[in-house]
Write a protein that binds this ligand. Structure first.
Ligand code: ADP
Ligand code: ZN
Ligand code: MG
Length: 476
């Protein structure tokens, strides 16, 4: 009792690449289409059909490899991984075992202010399988081959992570790099990014790793964090009872918050890997690598530095905005339209982050157009609307991407700039609230606030509070 345990975690991350067509045929990769409409003899494993490699897959894989500090393998090739499963029509998967396209990289993560490198053992290219749909009513299983042959890279880390926080930081970092490269949208919910968690525990201070299990079916960061906690507890309990952890693959059930064994861990030799005879080796020249390197877009760190210099955005804000490629794109587009980057950044940092949090959304799910945010900035800067109206209008933009100019017009939300009308209202407010006026004159500053409130109310919120304040002081 009272022993301390350390958790050791390594990840295998599958990412679907954003190519238009599949890895070995010209079928579309589009998600969510009618079952079996994006198929052909190649991706349904018909005898005699031959694969032809999609060059874009190699280029995306190289781009990811370079951005994660890997060495690119100059002569790499595909291997067959043989196994039977109904979602795998060829009875083998074309993958890479012996010479994966990239090796020996790392990404840097930061948790609780501490930086750390997570090493990448290798990254290989392979094809995705089809999808089985189990129909419990009919007691049948159906198969959809639209996903069969969609290109994947699998990124295998070293067992360098020690907590769920580090795992999430690693996944967020990978996702950010890949999204910046435009190589995948990396949506965990839709399965375009999938992480298998290999986890073992060992007594604190021990040299040797413990026996690990591999967990599958994790489709959100929250599920991953819960699965890590659950599996850590399960393994510690076994060890405390003097039992052994069995090396196996387990399936996490996030509703039950527990996992169950799927199969005992298979070895490479179980798959009878052999070199894929239908594809030639890929020779990657230094020149090709340099071409890809030269084409790499601006990644987060560079973007952050540029925002600080070019737009005078504080470090913290620049970091948050660039942590999502999507948010950074909105920032740049909106700033280009209105020319007021600091104001745009404020709307993102305050109201956008607040609404995302309230609604449990990710920055990737922001759906308003930069043009509408830019228009809102212009409306507030020209004092056409005041700040409380602006907040109200922004909520509409956030939820429905409305055009703020039209919305403000239609709902009569424009600030009334007619000083005569304002003065009239103020005169009436002062007359109706003699006590407040008297209190103000006897030095009670606070009394003015009540009068400002009354005036704003009488103006239906459409006055400029600064102007109301000034006028009141003049007229009282
Ligand atoms: P296999 O050859 O069985 O696929 P690998 O050695 O390639 O196994 O490792 C697969 C994944 O498991 C890698 O991400 C690796 O970091 C991780 N891993 C390996 N050993 C351990 C361990 N003892 N504890 C946790 N993770 C591990
Ligand atoms: Zn096809
Ligand atoms: Mg392996």
């Amino acid at each position: 009792m009272g022993k301390q345990y350390e958790t050791v975690i390594g990840l295998e991350v599958h990412v679907e690449l954003a190519t238009r067509t599949k890895i070995f045929c010209s079928c579309s990769t589009e998600f969510g289409k009618a079952p079996n409409t994006h198929t052909c003899p190649v991706c349904t494993g018909m005898p005699g059909a031959l694969p032809v490699l999609n060059k874009q897959v190699v280029e995306y894989a190289m781009a990811i490899g370079l951005a994660t500090n890997c060495e690119i393998t100059k002569v790499c090739k595909f291997d067959r991984k043989n196994y039977f499963y109904p979602d795998n029509p060829q009875n083998y998967q074309i993958s890479q075992l012996y010479l994966p396209i990239a090796r020996n990289g790392y990404v840097e993560i930061e948790t609780g202010g501490t930086k750390k490198k997570v090493r990448i053992h290798e990254m290989h290219m392979e094809e995705d399988a089809g999808k089985l749909i189990h129909d419990e009513w009919d007691d049948t299983s159906l198969v959809d081959y639209n996903r069969s042959g969609v290109p994947l890279v699998e990124i295998v880390s070293e067992p360098d992570m020690r907590s769920a926080d580090e795992v999430i930081a690693y996944l967020e970092k990978l996702r950010m790099i890949i999204q910046y490269l435009g190589a995948s949208d990396c949506k965990l919910q839709e399965g375009s990014m999938r992480a298998d968690v290999n986890l073992s525990v060992r007594e604190a201070g021990a040299e040797e790793f413990g026996t690990r299990t591999e967990m599958k079916n994790l489709n959100s960061f929250k599920a991953i964090a819960r699965a890590i906690e659950g599996e850590r507890e399960r393994q510690i309990e076994l060890l405390e009872e003097g039992k052994a952890v069995v090396q196996e693959t387990r399936r996490w059930d996030d509703n039950k918050e527990s996992s169950y064994a799927m199969r005992s861990k298979e070895d490479a030799q179980d798959y009878r890997y052999f070199p894929e005879p239908d594809l030639v080796p890929i020779v990657i020249s230094g020149e090709w690598i340099e071409q890809i390197r030269a084409r790499q877009p601006e990644l987060q760190t560079e973007k952050m530095e540029r925002y600080k210099k070019e737009f005078d955005i504080p470090e913290y804000d620049a970091k948050i905005i660039t942590s999502s490629k999507h948010m950074a794109d909105i920032f740049e587009a909106a700033s280009a339209v209105c020319g007021k980057p600091k104001k745009v950044s404020n709307w993102l940092m305050v109201e956008t982050l607040r609404l995302l949090k309230d609604r449990g959304m990710e920055p990737e799910e922001i759906s308003f157009s930069p043009e509408n945010l830019a228009k809102l900035v212009n409306l507030t800067e020209s004092r056409a609307i005041n700040s409380s109206v602006a907040k109200e209008v922004f909520e509409k933009i956030f939820a429905q991407d409305i055009d703020p100019e039209i919305y403000v017009e239609e709902h009569g939300l424009k600030t009334v700039n007619d000083e005569g009308a304002l003065e009239e209202v103020i005169r009436k407010v002062i007359a109706d609230n003699p006590k407040a006026a008297k209190d103000y004159h006897s030095g009670k500053e606070k009394a003015l606030g009540a009068l400002v409130g009354q005036t704003m109310k009488a103006m239906k919120g459409k006055a400029d509070p600064g102007l109301v304040n000034r006028k009141l002081r003049e007229m009282i």
